[in-house]
Design a protein around this ligand. Structure first.
Ligand code: BGC
Length: 736
């Protein structure tokens, strides 16, 4: 259905909201019902009416690692594979639209939903999300990147007004969405609950039409987050298609049309876009998936998502030594977070059982309870007693379900009190102590780092995570995850916390573009573990960095990476740009690649530096700009472990800004045509007063030209207008 002349207005209005929690409305013979399901790391398919908060049950489905875990893999091919598996499973359940990936930027460590998001970095987020969208859609199921946009907290999420400046919005909060839309062409997208600079995201025409559709070319269906629409007509006028889940306010839409406040064509557009979506997805349910094969992929994905933060020769565990495993989370792993993304897994691997299967001598001590979280002296004493006899101690620590979920933000980043007391009690144990952390967001490690010889960060690994953790601990797999977000020494070190979660319905994004490592690296602040960091059981050497131009403001970097250790392993090669102007972050990720290497094997890794990586958003001219100049390319194993560097010459985009009477003297002098015109006018000043007061010219640089009409330079308003005409029309101005 590409146009909707055959539908009457009432029918068209009714199509703009859902039939119930998970279905769109049908028009017999013209438009089928489409079935939607969460979500980002597993198909939460509910028969019947269902609910969107993860309260009711759903059909068992593979629970893959959450986005926070998958992001640590830094492996786009893996994300695409997981996307294919999600798509196949969705299809097998008759789902046409999968509500994911979640791809908001992790602004604060306290966001309760960080486990559903990838990273603090927009490039990493955008590339991982695009791979996942490609995978899902390859199976005939629409992906729905969410929550568009600036949904970075749960506190007051349905009303909060995020105050964010234009450059930050473009470079940090919209850029991952832009990449996904341009590179993976999602068939659907979900608008967010919150307001942005005063406008509800679900009712903002500048966002849903001007930027999303006109600038980026999105041609899919925008669905609202569940309950995000406040004013039906306003949302339709803004470019939203379907309000979800449903409402009984079709009359509002019809009245708005009758009153001339909503173009009838907006309703035709919705019907046409729903028709396009129906023609893109596979309407017939697919074959049942092989649950065991899905579980194996979930296992592989989990193995690649584990980050080894610290290892003072404690890992891998020696097979012959008796190991004491401590912690309820070893028996009852937390595989995912709470809320709408919660799936009912098809099976769950517990780490304890897999360690027992892989090692000869494993003992277990409970150590703490998940609820309540008050220290239990009896459990701690028992754990300490057994630890004194053990050859190695592995503590499974992490957050209980109650600590992080959709719907509320976290109160802090510390581990629960009973786990901290347990870790303290293990100081001085002779055997090496390994801590395995499981939490969707980051947790503080600095306060107890000294209690452990090794720390393994697992995020929330999904249903097969238990075996994956055992594989890494025993050395069957070398860890290859890297942090997709910084772990600070203390939460208060992060300037975001000065403005989180805001108050009185307002949250000021006062840190601007300096989110995560962009702040910590620029301010040279110490952190516990930096963005991009992760150890391996092997080592890698970098040589032969070569960078060649590959088109206009585009380069290909090649670097040779060798596995110099004795085990197979994978390295995540990271390319950062540095030195991009005084107001730019010290480092910004521009490319990355994961490479698997056998011992002594080496490979040339290719990374491309795209024009966008050397661009900046110009808030005066409301456009992307590429400034000419030299930029440093740094290649390494993390944002703080750079092995090789080189410099590239950026030619710039040749953009010539339009001059106005309010352009400053400096801007006039920098202008290819305006410069000559103004130099001519300023000549008497340079020769006269300028000669005796050399500071006069620099002082003038910041002054808008129009202010000089009162100076004895012979400048008039008319003369300046004439200069503008000459400067702006005397030749082509080119841009991106
Ligand atoms: C969440 C969305 C989810 C929707 C449907 C909302 O509460 O914010 O991410 O897709 O519910 O379950």
């Amino acid at each position: 259905m590409t146009s909707a002349p055959e539908l009457n207005l009432t029918t068209k209005a009714s199509l703009t909201s859902g039939r119930n929690t998970w279905h769109t409305k049908a028009v017999p013979g013209l438009l089928p019902t489409l079935v939607m399901s969460d979500g980002p790391h597993g198909v939460r398919h509910q028969g019947g009416e269902g609910d969107n908060l993860g309260i009711g049950t759903s059909t068992p489905a593979t629970c893959f690692p959450t986005a926070s875990a998958l992001a640590s893999s830094w492996n786009t091919a893996l994300l695409e594979e997981v996307g294919r598996a999600l798509g196949a499973e969705a299809r097998s359940l008759g789902v046409h639209v999968l509500l994911g990936p979640g791809m908001n930027i992790k602004r604060s460590a306290l966001c309760g939903r960080n486990f559903e998001y990838f990273s603090e970095d927009p490039l990493l987020t955008g590339h991982l999300a695009a791979a996942m969208v490609t995978g899902i859609q390859s199976r005939g199921v629409a992906a729905t990147p969410k929550h568009f946009a600036v949904n970075n907290q749960e506190t007051d999420r349905m009303r909060i007004n995020a105050q964010v400046d234009e450059r930050t919005l473009r470079e940090i909060y919209l850029s991952a969405f832009e990449h996904v839309v341009r590179a993976a062409r999602p068939w659907a997208l979900m608008s967010a609950y919150n307001r942005i600079n005063g406008d509800y995201a679900s009712e903002a025409r500048w966002l849903l039409t001007d930027i999303l559709r006109q600038e980026w070319g999105f041609d899919g269906v925008v669905v609202s987050d569940w309950g995000a629409v406040n004013d039906r007509a306003a949302s339709l006028a803004a470019g939203l298609d379907v309000e979800m889940p449903f409402s009984n306010t079709d009359d509002d839409v019809l009245e708005a049309v009758a009153a001339g406040n909503l173009r009838p064509a907006a309703l035709d557009d919705v019907a046409a876009r729903l028709g396009r979506l129906a023609s893109r997805v596979d309407l017939e349910p697919g074959a049942p998936v092989d649950h065991q094969a899905q579980h194996e992929l979930a296992h592989r994905a989990a193995s690649e998502s584990i980050v080894l933060l610290k290892n003072e020769t404690a890992l891998p565990l020696a097979a012959e030594r008796p190991v004491l495993v401590i912690g309820e989370l070893a028996r009852s792993p937390r595989i995912q977070g709470g809320g709408s993304s919660r799936v009912v897994p098809t099976q769950v691997d517990a780490p304890l059982a897999h360690l027992q299967a892989q090692l000869a001598h494993v003992q277990f001590a409970e150590g703490y309870t998940l609820t309540p979280d008050a220290p239990s002296p009896g459990l701690i004493a028992e754990a300490r007693h057994l630890a004194d006899e053990a050859g190695a101690v592995v503590v499974f620590a992490g957050l209980p379900n109650s600590a992080e979920s959709e719907g509320f933000d976290r109160a802090g980043i510390e581990l629960p009190a009973n786990q901290l007391a347990l870790l303290e009690s293990l100081r001085g144990v002779e055997a090496p102590v390994v801590v395995v952390l499981s939490a969707g967001g980051i947790v503080d490690v600095a306060s107890w780092d000294g209690c452990a010889q090794a720390i393994v960060q697992t995020s929330l690994l999904g249903q097969a995570g238990g075996r994956a953790v055992a594989d890494v601990l025993t050395g069957a797999v070398s860890p290859s995850g890297r942090l997709a977000e910084t772990i600070p020494l203390a939460l208060a070190d992060d300037p975001v916390q000065l403005n989180f979660p805001g108050a009185d319905g307002q949250v000021l994004y006062g840190e601007g573009r300096f989110v995560g490592y962009r702040y910590f690296n620029t301010g040279r602040r110490p952190v516990a573990y930096p963005f991009g960091f992760g150890l391996s059981y092997t080592t890698f050497a970098y040589t032969d960095l070569r960078i060649e131009p590959a088109g206009e403001n585009r380069w290909t970097a090649r670097v040779r990476v060798r596995n110099t250790g004795e085990r197979a392993g994978a390295e995540v090669v990271q390319l950062y740009l540095a030195g991009r102007g005084e107001d730019a972050p010290a480092h910004e990720l521009a490319a990355f690649a994961k490479v698997f290497l056998e011992p002594e094997q080496s490979r040339e890794v290719e990374l491309s530096i795209e024009p966008r990586a050397v661009s900046r958003w110009d808030a005066r001219y409301h456009r992307w700009r590429i400034d000419a100049g030299q930029v440093q390319v740094q290649v390494g194993s993390s944002s703080r472990d750079i092995h090789l560097q080189a410099t590239i010459d950026v030619r710039g985009d040749g953009f010539v800004p339009e001059l106005t009477p309010r352009s400053t003297v400096g801007e006039w002098l920098d202008h290819p045509r305006g410069g000559d015109l103004l130099r001519h006018v300023l000549e008497p000043l340079r020769a006269g007063a300028g000669a005796s007061a050399p500071e006069l010219l620099p002082l003038l640089l910041q002054v808008p030209l129009i202010k000089l009409v009162t100076w004895p330079l012979g400048l008039t308003r008319e003369g300046i207008d004439e200069m503008c005409t000459q400067a702006n029309t005397a030749g082509p101005s080119s841009g991106q």
